[in-house]
Write a protein that binds this ligand. Sequence first.
Ligand code: SF4
Length: 73
Amino acid sequence: MPKIIHYRNKCIGCGICYEMQPELWRMSKKDGKATLLKAVIKKEISSVTITEPMVERSGKIVKACPVNIIKLI
Ligand code: SF4
């Protein structure tokens, strides 16, 4: 199953991921960073399994993140 990985501590809070895929992201009111919904967090790295139909859009978000902290594996 494909997975999204998010290195949240390096997020600059631009909001692009949330704008492009609101079903998977939220912008935190606490620190302004993006939060990957339903993610497992280990050592400040978030990860979540996604479904095949979400892969194409997720790949675009990986490319769109200005600080390159979203990975699709
Ligand atoms: S696109 Fe990248 S930098 Fe922008 S809010 Fe999302 S994770 Fe953070």
